[in-house]
Ligand binder design. Structure first.
Ligand code: NI
Length: 146
C-alpha cells in the first residue's frame, strides 16, 4: 500500500533532518509529510460531502494560502505519520463500504469537469505518488538509501 511507502521513506531520520530544507524555496520532508496529512483529510471530507450531498461545490485547495500549514508542519513527524496511517486505514475502510453507484457520485470542481468519488481517489493516489518522489529525492540527497 502506498501509505507504507511514506513510512519507509521517512524512517530513520530525526526531526532536525526531516525539517531541513535542502532548497530554501522548497518543502522539507516534514513539510511534504504535513502536506500529505492535510490533503488526505481534505480528500476524505470532499468524499464524504459528495456521498452525502448532490453535486456539492468543491473549493480548490492552495497550500500557499493555508493558514494552518505552518502549525501542522511544526508538529512531531512521528505523530503526523501515525495519524496519516491510521486515517488512511479508516479512509480505505470507508471506501470499501460504499456501493458501486456511490463511486460515480459527483462534486462541482472549477478545474475538473468529471469530479467523482472515483476521480478523487485516483487524483489522491497520483498526487501522493508525486510527493513521494519528492521525498525519495530529498532522502537520497541526505545520503540515505531509500
Ligand atoms: Ni501537493
Amino acid at each position: 500500500m502506498q501509505a507504507q511507502e511514506i513510512e519507509r521513506l521517512t524512517s530513520g531520520l530525526n526531526e532536525e533532518v526531516l525539517a531541513r530544507r535542502l532548497d530554501p524555496e522548497k518543502w522539507s520532508i516534514k513539510e511534504l509529510l504535513a502536506h500529505l496529512w492535510i490533503t488526505q483529510r481534505l480528500f476524505l471530507k470532499r468524499a464524504e460531502r459528495m456521498l452525502a450531498e448532490n453535486h456539492p461545490a468543491i473549493d480548490p485547495y492552495d497550500p500557499a494560502l493555508d493558514p494552518d500549514f505552518p502549525r501542522i508542519a511544526a508538529r512531531p513527524a512521528a505523530r503526523l505519520l501515525a495519524e496519516l496511517l491510521s486515517e488512511r486505514a479508516a479512509f480505505v475502510a470507508r471506501l470499501a463500504a460504499i456501493s458501486p453507484a456511490d463511486w460515480s457520485r459527483r462534486g462541482e470542481h472549477p478545474e475538473f469537469p468529471h469530479y467523482s468519488v472515483r476521480f478523487l481517489v485516483e487524483y489522491m493516489v497520483h498526487h501522493e505518488a508525486h510527493h513521494l518522489y519528492g521525498i525519495f529525492c530529498l532522502r537520497s540527497r541526505l545520503g540515505l538509501l531509500p
